[in-house]
Design a binder for this molecule. Structure first.
Ligand code: NOJ
Length: 567
């Protein structure tokens, strides 16, 4: 059973479940809530403190569930609220807490509020829950301004009125199926408090807040151009038009008051792509309490980058009064095994677009490095996040058939290119247009988990999975790896179990190694972690060897390896 310790989350190990790809209990090809309940034993074997569930709410799946049609329900394809309660109970019984993903910036266009807005007149209270504007041009045929969307190109889509004529435009930072809420509207604010209370009352322990930095916008500067988005480059002054505005924090202060009415208080972690110096406010104790540190997502397996990221983030956590989070993988990025296992300098966005044909993945090297990085972050003060399948050493599936791809970033980032091709049958040239995709999308890291070495969808379910798994997933399955000492899964299991036992106060100290390729730090209780990125075999200091991410070499620490010692 869970303790009432209000600080339980500070150094937790949290596993991200992407529900549609975790386990399919009813053979429809989609992972579901009962599948998670079936997986509780497996989750327990990973010594986790909590799981975070990516959205499982009713959704038209225009963006993998991040287009929510009903915030207080379960997608019927994934189960029911009753199934959710049973899952929560089963996880809690094993001491695993549960985070739910809240998507407050936008709903689905299938949300009853958006449908009501479409059925209502400009200026109505139904439209005031979203962001509607008249178009420019003689007949309103031009978008209200040039603001762009994350999923390209324009952030505006024009509606059809019910009589078939063209109507107003609405704003969406992501796909057109994801209209942005108007967060200046008290009704919207209150409805989200209701949602947070709904899940908290059911016993949910925490929340991951999607694009937490985008809720408040300044449309008084409507005519200013905003034709490209780079959230990391926005001025850190709280006055950007679309992101990280100072007023957003009022929302989270109100949420915190609600969280604190529970015992233990509900916790939250912000997904806020903002400059590091601005992250601390989202993470402060009177707001969400924690914010994701995504710096390692864009880092290579390079000693000096890891060192700088750790130093900066521990300092930021100290300033905010929070603890840091360490994240190597999630449902939006290329898996570390692939990132670290491709030849140096590979542009993986392009490699993915080339269906993985232009460079060969060194799977063993990628897995070694990914494990070393994982054991390194697990030993740091703060929270460790693990994305499902990371423990199995899964790689990014680069060669999914284009017809199988689901991600809107693949579907929407398209240009048409005129082409002239010789048409053999008619013996003449034909001119047409070809679609050129500019992004491959994120499906490659969302391919369902392999549970067994054989069988349809490798035990994910009794039928084919919604995204097909490659043949190699069989040998990477839980069943196969459970039997093998020293497998990726075995190493993760041991590390996570040990981590729980060794956990100690949040102090930390770098220890000089004399080799820039080798980083060494110690924790207060004598727990030491040493990683060798790309150096010569490193002679270990005295101490009891507790665990290593790959075998040592003649007692020394080879490159691409992490070891834990007790001094
Ligand atoms: C961030 C989520 O992680 C991503 O998957 C989603 O597409 C966007 N937010 C929009 O909700």
């Amino acid at each position: 059973m869970q303790s009432k310790d209000a600080n339980w989350w500070r150094q937790a190990a949290i596993y991200q479940i992407y529900p549609r790809s975790f386990k399919d209990s009813d053979g429809d090809g989609l992972g579901d809530i009962k599948g998670i309940t079936q997986g509780v034993k497996y989750l327990k074997s990973l010594s986790l403190d909590a799981v975070w569930l990516s959205p499982f709410f009713p959704s038209a799946l225009a963006d993998g569930g991040y287009d929510v049609a009903d915030y207080r329900n379960v997608d019927p394809r994934l189960g029911s609220l009753k199934d959710f309660d049973a899952m929560l109970k089963a996880l809690h019984a094993e001491g695993i807490r549960v985070f739910v993903d809240i998507v407050p910036n936008h709903s689905s266009d299938q949300h009853e509020w958006f449908k009501a807005a479409l059925a209502s007149k400009p200026g109505s209270k139904e439209r005031a829950r979203y962001i509607f504007r008249d178009g420019r041009g003689k007949n309103g045929e031009l978008p209200p301004n040039d603001f762009v969307s994350h999923f390209a190109p324009s952030a505006w889509t024009r509606l059809k009125n019910q009589d078939g004529t063209d109507g107003q435009w609405y704003f969406h930072l992501f796909a057109p199926e994801q209209p942005d809420f108007n967060w200046d509207n008290r009704e919207v604010q209150l409805d989200f408090l209701k949602t947070l209370k709904f899940w908290s009352d059911r016993g949910v322990d925490g929340f991951r807040i999607d694009v937490a930095h985008a809720l408040k916008k300044d449309f008084t500067r409507f005519n200013k151009s905003y034709d490209s988005i780079d959230s990391m480059k926005i001025a850190p002054n709280g006055r950007d038009i679309l992101f990280d505005r100072d007023e957003v924090h009022e929302i989270y202060r109100e949420w915190r008051k609600l969280f604190n009415t529970y015992n233990p208080p509900r916790v939250a972690v912000a997904e806020a792509y903002v400059p590091a110096s601005r992250r601390t406010q989202y993470a402060s104790p009177d707001e969400l309490g924690q914010a994701f540190n995504f710096d390692l997502l864009s880092a290579q397996f390079v000693s000096k980058d890891f060192k700088q990221i750790v130093t900066t983030n521990l300092e930021l956590a100290r300033q905010s009064g929070s603890s840091s989070t360490w994240v190597l993988n999630n449902h939006d990025v290329v898996r570390t095994v692939t990132k670290y296992g491709l030849p140096k300098g590979t542009d993986y966005a392009q490699w993915l677009l080339d269906d993985g044909k232009t460079a060969k993945l060194n799977l063993d090297l990628g897995q070694r490095r990914a494990r070393a990085a994982a054991m390194f972050i697990m030993a740091l003060p703060g929270c460790t996040y693990i994305y499902q399948g990371e423990e199995l050493g899964l790689f990014e599936v680069a060669d999914l058939k284009h017809t199988d791809l689901q991600d809107p970033t693949w579907k929407r980032n398209v240009v048409l290119k005129p082409q002239r091709i010789f048409f053999k049958r008619n013996n003449k040239y034909v001119t047409g247009v070809a679609e050129i995709h500019l992004e491959k999308g994120r499906d490659g890291c969302r391919v369902p988990l392999p549970w067994t070495s054989t069988g349809p969808s490798f035990g994910f379910g009794s039928a084919d999975a919604h995204l097909p798994q490659p043949i190699e997933f069989g040998t990477l399955s839980m069943q196969t790896q459970t039997k093998v000492k020293g497998s990726n899964l075995d190493i993760y299991r041991t590390a996570l179990k040990l981590r729980k036992k060794l956990q100690t106060s949040e102090e930390f100290e770098w220890i000089k190694t004399g080799d820039p390729q080798v980083l060494h730090f110690s924790r207060k209780n004598g727990w030491r972690c040493i990683i060798n990125f790309d150096g010569v075999d490193f002679t270990l200091p005295k101490g009891e060897i507790l665990h290593s991410s790959s075998p040592l070499k003649g007692g020394k620490l080879p490159k691409n390896t992490t070891v834990w010692l007790k001094a």
